[in-house]
Design a protein around this ligand. Structure first.
Ligand code: CA
Length: 527
């Protein structure tokens, strides 16, 4: 009787222990590898016609998982995208509109906090860029602000630390170090977030000359004349022709290099710069030279990112973690690699709207699969909560990608996407705009400036987005339908009728005193 009693008493406890053990092993680890400004055109798995470089390790995720061809961001700049990843919300709800005066409110709910509360061990390593300190992480080791490429200072759980070496390698090393010492009784979330290939695109010294001075294919729209479109596209400040600086072109040596690094840097750049200076290039020749220099540097940065991805994937395999770890590779937005004569991002147009997304979930995702649905970085938070078996808060605005990853797109999956860019006029003079994106069309409204108008793009007829069809009578019906859809999305997503002034940032609009300066102390508006 006593034995039986003991057994009955112990049974629920035993069940609970077993269940906990089982649910812990069943809950997948999540490895989120995130780079900054990495264009999908610069991942070989995306098969860009220019064939700019090989990324064998990132491509391993396409081979063993799923590649998404239409992953979109709701606002194509760094901080706002990162805030969306954490919250699963648009910037008008998470409060982070721009990189100029926004600050992430660390008190708001994030998927990271929910994973941690449910027993995950959580860490973020690398670029953070949300002004306030990370919250919801057991461990954080981040770059201050944008960070620097060589010998970067970092902040480790609140303490300043100095690192020697190249930033991408350091972030990879720190990520591996954390994985090795983690609490193995818990599932983990690791956000390994690179600075690269952000401007000024400084490669690892071992990668200088990686392209052996072979010319990189130019985009068809390198010399876009911005005809057939409105003022906004003509009046930006992000061209290789006008905006590209001597620092961007590596015509000066960065101050953070030590003597040995400086030698390696100068050994590559000095003779090439001397040749460039002697050639005295102008006009299209100058743009072409800048494009080649830009591609050497930008793509060179990605080589170290790709190697880092390889080292982390190798570690997962060696440790037997491969089967129970979801691996996601993405970037905070897309980027222009000379298309339309541009670098940078911000626009609703394809190269900046779309971000690379590759995901591997063994047992769920069929290796080598490709998905063409409209997905978004809004969806990450819900996907990770879903993977961890946690409830998804009703106010999150994305959707779990789990069914898509499993090869089953729900019938009611989104057919349209709402976009809203705010930061203006500094730094790149891209006018605020919102719009709706479908598989074929983009309806865009530029607003709040002297250029207040609509545009319509038809990617089926005009894949490079070189022509505005808004006033073409043949599209009148499409315009009406798309405006309706935009209105519907604005209601569904709780977009405020008026955008608050601070959403556009600190820089003054033409004729406006700076919002950060008291009246009478006007700063010169910088273009
Ligand atoms: Ca970015």
């Amino acid at each position: 009787m006593k034995v039986l009693f003991r057994l009955l008493f112990a049974l629920p406890l035993l069940t609970a222990v077993l269940f906990a053990a089982e649910s812990k092993t069943a809950r997948p680890n999540i490895l989120f590898i995130f780079s900054d400004d990495h264009a999908y055109q610069a991942i070989s798995a995306y098969n860009d016609p220019r064939k700019l470089l090989e990324t064998p390790h990132i491509d391993r995720l396409a081979k063993s998982g799923m590649l998404f061809t239409r992953a979109m961001v709701p606002n194509s700049i760094c901080g706002p995208s990162r805030a969306t990843v954490l919250t699963g919300k648009y910037n008008h709800l998470n409060g982070f509109y721009n990189n100029s005066n926004s600050r992430f409110d660390p008190a708001q709910p994030t998927f990271v906090k929910m994973l941690k509360a449910s027993g995950y061990e959580t860490a973020v390593i690398g670029k953070w860029h949300l002004i306030s300190e990370p919250s919801g992480f057991d461990h954080w080791h981040i770059l201050p602000g944008q960070g620097i490429y060589y010998n970067p200072p970092m902040i480790k759980n609140g303490e300043r630390v100095k690192h020697d070496g190249y930033v991408t390698d350091i972030i990879t090393d720190l990520s591996l170090d954390w994985l090795k010492q983690r609490d193995k009784s818990k599932p983990f979330l690791l956000m390994a977030q690179h600075k690269a290939p952000h401007r000024e695109w400084s490669p690892a010294l071992r990668h200088l000359g990686w392209d052996k001075d072979k010319p990189h294919a130019e985009p068809a729209t390198l010399f876009d004349d911005y005809s057939n479109r409105g003022k906004a596209v003509r009046d930006q400040d992000m061209t290789l022709e006008k905006t590209f600086t001597a620092l961007d072109a590596k015509l000066s040596t960065p101050g953070s290099l030590n003597a040995e690094q400086r030698n390696a840097w100068d050994a590559y750049y000095s003779p090439r710069n001397a040749k460039f200076n002697a050639a005295n290039l102008t006009g299209k020749d100058l743009v072409r030279w800048r494009y080649q220099r830009y591609m050497h540097d930008y793509l060179g940065c990605i080589k170290a990112v790709d190697e880092g991805v390889g080292r982390i994937l190798d570690f997962l395999k060696a440790e037997g973690l491969e089967e129970n770890t979801i691996v996601v590779y993405s970037a905070d937005q897309g980027f222009y690699l000379g298309e339309h004569g541009w670098f940078d991002k911000r626009w609703i147009f394809e190269e900046s709207l779309r971000t690379p997304l590759l995901a591997r979930w063994p047992g769920v995702t069929k290796p080598g699969s490709v998905n063409h649905e409209i997905v978004s970085n809004l969806d990450f938070a819900e996907t990770f909560l879903d993977a961890a078996g946690l409830p998804i808060p009703a106010d999150m605005q994305g959707r779990s990608l789990r069914p898509l990853l499993a090869g089953k797109t729900p019938a009611d999956w989104r057919k349209s996407f709402y976009y809203h860019y705010y930061e203006y006029p500094a730094p790149h003079h891209v006018r605020p705009h919102e719009g709706v994106v479908t598989d074929r069309f983009k309806l865009v409204r530029f607003y709040k400036t002297d250029a207040d108008y609509w545009e319509l793009y038809d990617r089926q007829k005009d894949p490079q987005e070189l022509r505005d069809f808004y006033n073409d009578p043949a599209y009148a019906k499409n315009v009406v339908e798309l405006k309706q859809e935009l209105g519907r999305l604005r209601v569904e997503l709780k977009v405020p009728a008026e955008t608050p002034r601070e959403a556009f940032g600190n820089a003054p609009f033409a004729g406006e005193p700076s919002p950060t300066q008291p009246p009478g102390k006007k700063k010169n508006p910088k273009k």
